[in-house]
Design a protein. Structure first.
Length: 256
């Protein structure tokens, strides 16, 4: 029952205008990235050479791709896909009807949030699959293994953006305000994601930031091991489960 509901909701979400808007933003980022990577701004290259102590174009590209494109995209897409979760149904009176069906409020919330995560995964992984062959042709020294290892970890940061936006939606219960709060908090996380690279004294504290966990592979590009991928994924998975649990707990007490 719930598996079918999840599948139907994913299909419905894929056909919505907001999803097509999200897909357009992802496509723009993928198309623009090879041009940016081919000739990045001089001040960006200089700063990255100082932080990473390397002039390897593949590493510099990976930073630019992760920070300038994917971090910004997951920030916006999380709000687009889940920033009004249950709010629209509540405003139109549909929520009371939906919850009269044999599904609990918490289960309904979880299915809708996981559906948004599934759509995020399709957009996110699709962007990388399309970008990889373009970059193989245009970027000297492109390292697909490192590219997809970084993607595997950062994907769970993208899931966090969705789960967090869904949580804020059920806490605030006002569409515009919920979107604004989610966008501001996620932007703060994104803005401080690399603070451990800028100032190593803050590296320990910055690990509490889910976006920092998502970009942690960049700190191990020369000695990447399975633990450097699996550990942040496990941490982010725990963060996502905690945020989902908080949202489900809140929905149980939501007035419809």
């Amino acid at each position: 029952m719930r598996a079918r509901f999840l599948w139907l909701d994913v299909r419905a979400t894929l056909g919505e205008r907001k999803t097509w808007l999200a897909a357009g933003m992802v496509a723009y980022g993928v198309i623009a990235m090879p041009f940016i990577a081919a000739k990045p701004p001089a001040h960006v290259v200089s700063a990255l050479q100082g932080w990473f102590s390397t002039s390897d174009p593949s590493i510099l590209f990976l930073f630019i791709w992760t920070d300038l494109v994917m971090n910004k995209l997951i920030n916006i897409l999380g709000v687009v896909l889940a920033g009004s979760l249950l709010i629209r149904e509540r405003e139109t009176g549909q929520l009371s009807v939906l919850l009269s069906k044999p599904v609990s409020p918490a289960a309904y919330y979880l299915v809708r949030t996981l559906s948004a995560c599934a759509v995020m995964a399709m957009l996110y992984i699709g962007a990388h699959l399309v970008a990889a062959p373009l970059l193989l042709r245009s970027l000297p020294g492109f390292r697909p293994g490192l590219f997809f290892a970084s993607m595997s970890v950062h994907l769970f940061a993208a899931f966090f953006a969705v789960c967090f936006s869904a949580l804020v939606a059920v806490l605030v219960q006002r569409r515009s305000l919920a979107a604004l709060v989610s966008l501001l908090v996620l932007s703060l996380f994104v803005g401080m994601a690399f603070i451990g690279f800028y100032n190593p004294a803050w590296s320990g504290l910055s690990l509490l930031n889910p976006i920092t966990q998502g970009i942690s592979v960049l700190g191990h590009v020369e000695d990447l091991r399975p633990g450097h991928v699996l550990t942040p994924i496990a941490i982010l998975l725990g963060m996502n489960v905690a945020v989902l649990a908080l949202g489900a707990l809140r929905v149980r007490h939501l007035e419809v």
